[in-house]
Design a protein around this ligand. Structure first.
Ligand SMILES: C[S@@+](CC[C@H](N)C(=O)[O-])C[C@H]1O[C@@H](n2cnc3c(N)ncnc32)[C@H](O)[C@@H]1O
Length: 193
């Protein structure tokens, strides 16, 4: 989050650990919301096209090897069937409920047939405390060569989110779940087009 926030408003989860292993990719990987820590860029380097609507998030990211483009996932500027792999690492929690379906439709459109969406995100319970309106997922991200400690904070609204919400959104866009994992307060879903 760019501006200073009153710490009284922050709710922190217990520290969650996400293990990320490098994977083979024949061509470009499109990373949605690849600003922030730029974790997928740090993992896969120059195989990644990282898009984010906030130029500053891309500029400040420690990932130096990916191709960074200012772009909004609600309207991707790529042709249909362009990518074998799309990643979304703790980005969906930043996208409003009203926009999530559109983003899944766009991801579906740019994936090649049999292409995959890999997404990691957090379970967020419904907000029941008006004073704490920012939900921060405390994370340790373990890459093969590096450990990243960070917190991803987002507005905490009434509804919350869980793995079932995203399975439903992905399936409504035409994707099929081929793998899912839940670990503590985080989850991973592998979808195929
Ligand atoms: C803080 S980052 C968190 C995770 C990030 N993937 C990483 O590796 O650290 C989430 C990013 O999602 C971006 N984002 C929000 N709405 C978006 C949208 N509509 N399209 C693409 N990215 C979006 C935010 O600008 C932010 O940089």
């Amino acid at each position: 989050m760019g501006s200073k926030v009153d710490s009284e408003r922050l709710y922190f989860t217990e520290r969650q650990t996400v293990q990320l292993d490098s994977f083979d990719c024949e061509s470009w990987v499109l990373d949605i919301g690849g600003g922030g820590e730029g974790v997928i860029g740090q993992l896969l380097g120059d195989k990644v096209i990282a898009i984010d609507p906030l130029k500053t998030e891309l500029e400040e990211s420690p990932d130096t090897k990916s191709l960074k483009i200012v772009m909004d996932a609600r309207e991707l500027k790529f042709l249909d069937d362009a990518f074998n792999t799309v990643t979304c690492f703790f980005t969906m929690m930043y996208i409003s409920s009203a926009d999530k379906q559109k983003v899944f439709q766009e991801i579906y459109r740019v994936l090649k047939p049999d292409g995959e969406l890999l997404m990691w995100d957090a379970k967020i319970p419904p907000c029941q405390n008006a004073q704490k309106d920012i939900y921060v997922v405390s994370l340790v991200i373990q890459l093969e060569q590096k450990r990243i400690e960070t917190g991803y904070g987002t507005r905490w609204t009434g509804k919350g989110q869980d793995i079932d919400l995203y399975i439903q959104l992905g399936e409504s866009a035409g994707l099929h779940v081929i793998e899912k994992q839940e670990e503590g307060e985080t989850f991973f879903i592998r979808f195929r087009k």
